[in-house]
Design a protein around this ligand. Structure first.
Ligand SMILES: *[C@@H]1O[C@H](CO)[C@@H](O)[C@H](O)[C@H]1NC(C)=O
Length: 127
């Protein structure tokens, strides 16, 4: 960033702070996942209810359509086939089925994507 941009951004940030607006020019909403809880053990082929906290949702959301992706060892898996997609990021809950072809293991996480991606707690998948 050059000095002028830094200056502009600083002014913008100050204006936002003074007027109580979010610092970001867009309302980026990244709701935290509440379930699965850390250490949960889920079975392949079973359906589970995922929940996330929508209580801090801003009035305007840049992208209100969510996608839920499985991650293993922090790596997003099967991006082209999300566990779920096209749901409202404001729904706060969703039922998903762990695909039958998922390899059992630890260090699985769900990633809720809307404006941005948000990793949930680490859980295990068993056969
Ligand atoms: C998920 O499934 C359970 C059991 O069928 C049901 O009680 C619950 O309402 C469902 N939740 C959602 C978000 O569809």
């Amino acid at each position: 960033m050059n000095a002028f941009m830094t200056f502009v951004f600083t002014i913008f940030t100050l204006v936002c702070v003074v007027f109580g607006a979010p610092v970001s020019p867009r309302d980026v909403f990244v709701p935290p996942l509440m379930s699965p809880a850390a250490g949960a053990v889920w079975k392949v082929g079973k359906t589970y209810e995922i929940t996330w906290d929508t209580s801090k949702a801003p009035g305007q959301i840049t992208n209100p359509v969510g996608r839920l992706i499985l991650a293993h060892n922090s790596r997003l898996m099967n991006l082209e086939h999300p566990l779920a997609q096209g749901f409202s990021i404001l729904a706060g809950k969703l039922n998903v089925t762990i695909p039958k072809n998922t390899a059992p293991g630890n260090k699985y996480q769900l990633v809720l994507m809307g404006d941005s991606g948000n990793y949930g707690a680490t859980f295990s998948i068993v056969a």
